[in-house]
Design a protein around this ligand. Structure first.
Ligand SMILES: *[C@@H]1O[C@H](CO)[C@@H](O)[C@H](O)[C@H]1NC(C)=O
Ligand SMILES: *[C@@H]1O[C@H](CO)[C@@H](O)[C@H](O)[C@H]1NC(C)=O
Ligand SMILES: *[C@@H]1O[C@H](CO)[C@@H](O)[C@H](O)[C@H]1NC(C)=O
Ligand SMILES: *[C@@H]1O[C@H](CO)[C@@H](O)[C@H](O)[C@H]1NC(C)=O
Ligand SMILES: *[C@@H]1O[C@H](CO)[C@@H](O)[C@H](O)[C@H]1NC(C)=O
Ligand SMILES: *[C@@H]1O[C@H](CO)[C@@H](O)[C@H](O)[C@H]1NC(C)=O
Ligand SMILES: *[C@@H]1O[C@H](CO)[C@@H](O)[C@H](O)[C@H]1NC(C)=O
Ligand SMILES: *[C@@H]1O[C@H](CO)[C@@H](O)[C@H](O)[C@H]1NC(C)=O
Ligand SMILES: *[C@@H]1O[C@H](CO)[C@@H](O)[C@H](O)[C@H]1NC(C)=O
Length: 362
């Protein structure tokens, strides 16, 4: 492995320093495996007022467990909305979960093995990464998000500063918008840069009909890539289906969405982010699109007075695995850093370069 890498390093060092961060872009080792009850210790239940002003009441972990809105078994992690309580207009919104990883990440890969996602009129589920204490100033990656069962999934970046994407990129999805820089509210035109997945099975009812599937994201200082495979897709990489302890993103084929650093300094507009998973109702997106999406009545009334309509408004995760850059070689002593993967990798690169020089001299 070391001898294979050495000529690559020399070539990269000779041509451009900016290539350094991507030298080992493909190879990652598992850092955290979330299966069943591991979610309870690795994530915080955020019982906060919904920043998107949804018709939701986010509960803490003890309430969620007590009301069975959160349920774990050996191989299952379920988070659902309350689907039995008939609400009152003056009372709080529908009970649901919003969870956030305690750990934050820069360079990493995350693989979501999802059996079921929330569906129903008025629903707005999301799997995303951000630091929700600071809005979009740490960058935001919306990996799986949509409203009112409308497929396909849109993958979206939100940033501050200057960050745009080329119209044409090496991706399977279609570019919807290219300006990632956005203010904090939808009403201010906070659309971000979006890519539509090429499959209806990427979202909502059709996603669930096929037994869900895998979403994967790779974030480096040079690019962000998102892949999706429906459950019975015959071309899912084996390191994904097996939950391997190391993965190689270079073997995963074209992503559905690719965000390069051609006109966006990804390494600086994206900072330390948490993994966040939530389900809200109505609010600034699901509410404003509700009628256009063919849903009955108005969103708030529907959410308040039709509890049984939310029986399928649940997440079922088989696993979430987080990976970090693998050791560059057995000669490198620099470990990947959880909150500084980029820097960690650079250190590893230089250590190996140095080792290569020593090797050559010897
Ligand atoms: C994950 O990364 C953190 C921070 O670098 C480290 O403390 C922890 O030991 C790692 N866990 C595994 C299983 O590699
Ligand atoms: C969870 O929320 C309930 C209701 O607000 C509150 O009574 C309880 O103390 C909270 N539990 C924790 C551990 O914060
Ligand atoms: C809690 O939820 C799980 C998953 O939906 C379900 O299998 C279980 O029967 C529920 N338990 C109770 C006591 O309702
Ligand atoms: C993008 O690709 C399409 C189809 O190949 C082409 O027609 C279009 O001119 C390209 N746009 C840009 C901005 O390069
Ligand atoms: C992108 O959007 C931001 C925020 O609305 C705006 O300030 C900036 O001018 C836009 N950039 C381009 C290239 O349109
Ligand atoms: C995937 O599974 C669904 C539901 O079982 C089925 O209708 C569909 O034909 C399957 N697709 C493939 C490619 O196997
Ligand atoms: C929804 O409809 C009810 C009447 O059924 C009305 O009182 C309420 O103001 C409406 N809400 C919105 C947001 O339009
Ligand atoms: C919920 O309450 C409303 C009035 O507050 C009532 O019209 C409706 O029938 C109730 N729905 C259920 C399922 O009980
Ligand atoms: C990295 O290398 C060190 C020293 O050889 C080893 O102890 C450690 O397990 C390796 N970590 C990974 C994630 O491969």
């Amino acid at each position: 492995m070391y001898t294979m890498k050495f000529p690559l390093i020399c070539a990269a060092a000779a041509s451009s320093l900016s290539l350094l961060p991507t030298i080992w872009a493909g190879s990652y080792s598992v850092n955290q495996t979330n299966i069943g009850s591991a979610f309870l210790t690795n994530f915080e239940w955020e019982d906060i007022a919904d920043p998107t002003k949804g018709r939701v009441h986010y509960v803490n972990q003890s309430i969620a467990l007590a009301k069975n809105l959160t349920f774990t078994s050996d191989d299952t992690f379920i988070m659902r909305a309350d689907y039995t309580t008939n609400l009152t207009a003056s009372g709080s919104g529908r009970m649901s979960n919003r969870i956030k990883s305690y750990a934050q990440y820069r360079t990493h890969v995350v693989v979501f093995d999802i059996r079921h996602m929330p569906q129903g009129c008025g629903t707005w589920p999301a799997v995303w990464e951000a630091d929700d204490q600071v809005g979009t100033s740490s960058g935001e990656v919306d990996i799986l998000e949509g409203v009112n069962d409308v497929a396909p999934n849109s993958v979206t970046l939100h940033t501050t500063g200057t960050c745009t994407m080329p119209e044409n990129r090496t991706q399977l999805g279609s570019t919807l918008s290219t300006n990632c820089s956005s203010s904090d509210t939808l009403s201010d035109g906070n659309n971000g840069c979006s890519v539509d997945a090429p499959y209806t099975a990427s979202y909502g009812k059709v996603f669930n009909t096929y037994g869900g599937g895998y979403y994967a994201m790779e974030r480096t200082a040079a690019y962000i890539r998102v892949w999706f495979w429906s459950r019975n897709d015959s071309s899912i990489p084996s390191d994904i289906t097996s939950g391997a302890s190391s993965v190689d993103t270079d073997n995963w084929g074209q992503p559905i969405a690719f965000f390069p650093d051609t006109d966006c300094d990804i390494g600086s507009v994206f900072k330390r982010n948490n993994i966040i998973i939530d389900l809200t109702f109505c609010g600034s997106w699901a509410g404003s699109s509700y009628s256009n999406n063919g849903c009955p009545g108005n969103c708030t009334d529907y959410v308040n007075y039709n509890p049984s309509a939310f029986e399928d408004a649940y997440w079922d995760f088989a696993a979430i695995r987080v990976y970090q850059p693998s050791n560059s070689s057995s000669m490198s002593s620099a470990p990947p850093l959880i909150t500084g993967g980029h820097e960690g990798r650079l250190v590893a690169v230089y250590a190996t370069l140095l080792a290569g020089v020593v090797f050559t001299i010897l």
